[in-house]
Design a binder for this molecule. Sequence first.
Ligand SMILES: Cc1cc2nc3c(=O)[nH]c(=O)nc-3n(C[C@H](O)[C@H](O)[C@H](O)COP(=O)(O)O)c2cc1C
Length: 173
Amino acid sequence: MEFSKVLEERRSVRNYNNKALLPDTIKNILEYAILAPSAHNRQPWYFVVIQNQDKKKKIGDTLEEKMGLEGKKTCDVIREAQALILVFADIEDTIMDLVSVGASIENMILKARDLGVASLWMGYILNIEDEVKKMVGVDKKLVSAVALGYTLSFPSKRPRKDLEEVSYWLGEI
Ligand SMILES: Cc1cc2nc3c(=O)[nH]c(=O)nc-3n(C[C@H](O)[C@H](O)[C@H](O)COP(=O)(O)O)c2cc1C
């Protein structure tokens, strides 16, 4: 897909179908995630891939049990999407490393869209950070989770603030 089109057509997707997501496709997406820039080239990211239905269900159920119905849709996505990628960071410098890991997540969801794979970036999982770390046996900072899978239709574009509202050109050229 043309690069600008990938940016324009990426969406947060909350409805997934049953079409299988091949491990090679996930690997391909992660290969692009690790091309992201990082502060001092520390590459502080670490990804845990979960395709096992029972394990995904356990994470979705744990989140729903703790948080109630408020974020149920996110819990459903965790249970229903074909893969859940837990994204961790090795933190040396908090802001720099978190921003770097964020860049890798953006690469991930853009490459996914390029391949026709739907995604959802989920911060809500942080509500069960300790539980998740224990479940997967990783002692790093949990940053986010990303759901990956296929959808029957990508939703339409969500609203954006006007560029004028969020930018300012200082001085004259
Ligand atoms: C850091 C971050 C955390 C997010 N966490 C969640 C989440 O837990 N659940 C969810 O449904 N969407 C989550 N989103 C998706 C946003 O709601 C979404 O990006 C926004 O509404 C704009 O929609 P779009 O991505 O389709 O353009 C998150 C996005 C980001 C960048």
